[in-house]
Design a protein around this ligand. Sequence first.
Ligand SMILES: Nc1ncnc2c1ncn2[C@@H]1O[C@H](COP(=O)(O)OP(=O)(O)OP(=O)(O)O)[C@@H](O)[C@H]1O
Ligand SMILES: [Mg+2]
Length: 442
Amino acid sequence: MSASPETIGRYQIQEQVGAGSNGMVYRCFDPILKRDVAVKVPAAGLSGDELQSVVENFYHEAEIGAQFQHANIVTVYDVGGDLLQSDKQPDNGRNHYLVMELADGMSLKDYLQQHGRLPVEETLRIVFECCKALDYIHYQGVLHRDIKPSNIIYDADSMSVKITDFSISAYADKPSEKQPGTLPFSTPEHFLVDEMLTRQTDIFALGSVMYQMLTGSCPFQGDSVDEVASRIVSSNPRPIREFDHAIPAQVEFIVLKAMSKLPRDRFKDAVEFTDAVSFALKTVGSVKRGHDDSHRKNNDIDEYLILRNNSWFSEFSPDQIDELVRSGCVLNYEADEYLVKEGDPADSFYTLLEGQAEVVKADKTINVLKPGACFGELGHLTKTHRRTASIRGATPVRVLVVETEKLLSMSPESQAEFYRAFLTITMERLIEKNEQFLETDT
Ligand SMILES: Nc1ncnc2c1ncn2[C@@H]1O[C@H](COP(=O)(O)OP(=O)(O)OP(=O)(O)O)[C@@H](O)[C@H]1O
Ligand SMILES: [Mg+2]
């Protein structure tokens, strides 16, 4: 058997794309489904308990990963192999494999090695994407427990960020062995016997990754494992603004909060972390706006912030907001241009992102809408299939438009959130009208 076989199962090896403590990862071609995939196999030469443990990790990773479908998480396609088989052929680790989506780019570890310190805006964008992945897995009760640069795959051209390697992940509510994580990205609770690993563990680790992106250095260093562990538990890393005074204090604060020694002092959840990062991005992004080519990316953040601060969407998770933005399209209108005309079919839901719009009925302006305002929901929900008023730009406006059909095909959780928001707003309007009615009546 050759040391580097041409195929792994049916997958034709093309090149190695990475390696870790569990084994090697290859870019392979799947001749049946005619697509490139990433295939992880145990390191050659492993046998006995060591091989068994790596293979168990593959199955664990596949089982946990199989439930995820998210733009910021590597999708698991398959896991294969037979432990009995490998007992007969102890060195043939390639009997076992984990097949995944091939993520574009390279590991953030390699990217940092090539680029050193990253610009603040790029760092924030990467953290923003990672936060969305954390929010998604935490919502499903899973903790990653090994967030570090080599487990984040990044493509700077397409701004694709994907988290991989769920080999030591666990369900938050099920007892599981406390794995050591990976130094120097472990957290204080990894070393404190009485502390559990929680969502805040992933938040701390992402904070450490953010630290490394901004400074080019690991937050905790030392000559031995014990020295690094003791620093993680009780020393503060060198302040990031000592590396570069131009890093905004707001950004340093985010890192410090995520890396607080006590889990309760960190962001309460990935949503709070996402919000802090997106606000910082807005500040950093707006300074640069107009003279770089990331205009479209800034808009994504703008949309996120406007929707997040809107009472309709305040309870939506970052992921649900993302889903809504992806389900719709952003349109621009001139001042005086009609977005909606009275009598038109009521087939979409609008959120005003920028500018002001007038609500017009029988040629009279009856209301002026500001950014964040939503309209069009009544037509959809009451099955009144015609618009009851017109909406016209009072200034140039930018709106997010989601067709009713698309709303109906969003995830059940997002739809439930949408209806909950609708009920709350309808109740508020009813109470307000009721009070007006009582006032005029007395
Ligand atoms: N789906 C993928 N697409 C592209 N490259 C990948 C993919 N999965 C992993 N890699 C590359 O292979 C490397 C090792 O993968 P992975 O982290 O899954 O291995 P591991 O042995 O479990 O690592 P660890 O040392 O963290 O235990 C990653 O750092 C990355 O560079
Ligand atoms: Mg890894």
